[in-house]
Design a protein around this ligand. Structure first.
Ligand code: HEC
Ligand code: HEC
Length: 304
């Protein structure tokens, strides 16, 4: 209801609700008071199909009783629960509050489970099948929409199951990625490289770094231009986890493969964001998730 700018619709709903209840009560009262017509045969006088008549009996008491109970219940409900526009009700009940209560309850129940893992290093948690089952569940609920249910990612979303990392693959770095999120920024570089030909040449030099199919004449010409890129991607394009610059000398491509994809990223740059999970997930959940992700590409230390 907070989406409305004025109280108009809130009042409109409240008044319409109360007036309809009032009208129901009024109708009941009028009908119950009207006596059955005296004398005659107690019918309305209408006749159908030759001999079908409509009797005009008063409503049965039990029926009127039910109607009264319904009205009283309706009014009591509207006092206790939110139903009249923005009025919260005496019990201050809300679906949001209910959800928060359920969430707090399940967190309380799970606390001892997580507490055990929180005290263990990531390398050991990854060796606990029960913890990995929780990690997988958390991953499917919170991460799979971007990284895929098998964590192998897709274009723009890094594969978390290989041992190739943009920001570092140590337990601490993985935890940092999840907790704080990550923003990878590659600025548009065409101006620093030169004209369209120079850009193509540098792209072919990049392809040559991983031994991918390329034009070796262009690669030779582009090599000297790569100094502008080496600041982030390192000499030889080996990547730099400190700025999230990918390794360009392997055959793992986050944003597509081939001359056109590379030319495009040099021209337009790229900003890629991983949302911070701090506040969405507890520290203990992030610990288990980091263990799950780490365990996808590393051998865990098994507890004795
Ligand atoms: C909205 C999409 C999205 C969601 C949801 C998401 N991620 Fe990411 N994640 C990304 C993107 C995009 C990147 C790459 C950021 C970059 O390019 O620097 C990334 C990067 C990462 C990295 C760093 C990878 C590396 O190579 O260094 C880790 C670890 C990670 N995510 C784990 C998770 C986990 C665990 C979850 C679930 C809690 C999750 N992500 C949820 C989009 C997402
Ligand atoms: C300021 C640092 C910076 C500079 C300078 C820079 N890059 Fe990047 N580059 C990045 C980052 C960060 C990413 C990853 C973006 C992301 O997180 O998705 C990236 C991504 C790329 C990719 C995509 C890799 C993949 O796996 O798909 C290519 C190709 C690339 N850069 C080539 C270049 C070239 C060529 C130059 C020089 C002309 C250059 N970069 C200069 C930071 C930089």
């Amino acid at each position: 209801m907070s989406d409305f700018f004025s109280d108009f619709w809130s009042n409109y709903v409240a008044v319409a609700t109360l007036v309809s209840i009032l009208l129901c009560a009024l109708l009941l009262w009028v009908v119950a008071r009207t006596p059955a017509p005296a004398g005659s045969d107690n019918t309305t006088g209408h006749v159908w199909d030759e001999d079908l008549r409509e009797a005009n009996n008063p409503m049965p008491r039990w029926w009127i009783g039910l109607f009264v109970i319904t009205i009283v219940f309706g009014l009591a409900y509207l006092v206790a629960y939110p139903g009249l526009g923005t009025y919260q009700g005496q019990l201050a009940w809300s679906t949001e509050g209910e959800y928060a209560k359920d969430l707090a309850k399940s967190k309380r129940e799970l606390e001892p489970v997580y507490a055990r893992y929180a005290a263990m290093p990531v390398e050991r948690v990854a060796g606990e099948p029960a913890a990995m089952a929780i990690g997988e569940r958390l991953f499917l609920n919170n991460c799979a929409q971007c990284h895929g249910s098998d964590a192998r990612g897709s274009k723009g979303f890094p594969n978390l199951a290989d041992n190739d990392w943009l920001h570092g693959g140590t337990p601490d770095k993985i935890k940092e990625s999840i907790t704080q999120g990550r923003i990878g920024v590659m600025p548009p570089m065409a101006a620093a490289v030169g004209n369209a030909e120079d850009v193509k040449n540098v792209a072919n030099y990049v392809l040559s770094l991983s031994g991918s199919p390329h034009d070796s004449v262009r690669a030779g010409l582009g090599k000297s231009k790569f100094t502008a890129c080496a600041a982030c991607h390192g000499i030889g394009g080996v990547g730099n986890p400190a700025v999230g610059a990918p390794n360009l000398s392997d055959r793992t491509w986050l944003h597509g493969y081939g001359q056109d994809a590379i030319v495009s990223i040099i021209n337009t740059g790229k900003t890629n964001q991983m949302p911070a999970q701090q506040g969405r997930l507890t520290e203990a959940q992030i610990h288990v998730l980091a263990s799950y992700v780490w365990g996808l590409s590393n051998k865990p230390i098994l507890s004795p």
